[in-house]
Write a protein that binds this ligand. Structure first.
Ligand SMILES: Cc1cc2nc3c(=O)[nH]c(=O)nc-3n(C[C@H](O)[C@H](O)[C@H](O)COP(=O)(O)O)c2cc1C
Length: 194
């Protein structure tokens, strides 16, 4: 039987009408169409206080951070839909990454959520730049600080308030082509790591 790589998908926004949650939902559909096995989560289900070294010292990494850490390790790929706040990632996404990054591997060969899987990025914003500045920062965090492999291609959805059709599909052929291309590559790379 062909390998069905497991891909974790989440948005850096938990806003009810989030454009990035819509993009994440479309990534899930595209992954399933290409015989990947998507898991869609909301960071609302992984609540963590703002990172504080004293809190970490007293209580360790929150249980939600440990759950997310283990879930990431159980997947061969991760698709993150990142909004853009002041040209960077949301505090929710940064805080989540910061907490999970505090969990150290048990030994030199222990899996980590970052190094042993492939990441793909997408972003939607109402403005002209389509969250590309936030994706650049997210790419920097994942690759330069955490040593993750991140696909060079990414999905950018500008003018997000008009970019989604009423059925949730992307109105722009360009953005849909980007999503299809990124997901195809994500599945291919994740399959090699499965
Ligand atoms: C604090 C803050 C800063 C923002 N800065 C930017 C920005 O730099 N560039 C941009 O395109 N949109 C910016 N926005 C608008 C967001 O892109 C918009 O709220 C978007 O809908 C957020 O993503 P979501 O729909 O997934 O929640 C900002 C919004 C907030 C709340």
């Amino acid at each position: 039987m062909a390998v069905r790589p497991k891909i974790l998908v989440f948005s850096g926004s938990i806003r009810a009408e989030s454009f990035n949650a819509r993009l994440a939902a479309l990534a899930v559909k595209a992954i399933a169409l290409r015989d990947g096995e998507p898991t869609l989560i909301s960071l609302a289900d992984y609540p963590m206080p703002i990172y504080d070294g004293d809190l970490e010292k007293a209580e360790g990494v929150p249980e939600a951070g440990r759950r997310l850490h283990d879930l990431m390790i159980a997947h061969a790929g991760v698709f993150i839909a990142s909004p853009e706040y002041n040209q960077s990632v949301t505090p929710l996404l940064k805080n989540t990454i910061d907490w999970v990054s505090r969990i150290r591997p048990d030994g030199p060969r222990a899996p980590t959520p970052w190094k042993d899987r492939i990441f793909a990025l997408g972003g939607a914003s109402p403005g002209y730049f389509g969250a590309t500045r936030s994706l650049a920062h997210l790419r920097h965090i994942l690759t330069m600080s955490l040593g993750a492999w991140v696909l060079p291609d990414q999905v950018s959805v500008p003018s997000a308030s008009t970019a989604f059709a009423p059925d949730g599909a992307l109105a722009s052929e360009r953005a849909q082509a980007q999503l299809d291309g990124v997901v195809a590559r994500l599945i291919e790379e994740a399959a090699r790591r499965t």
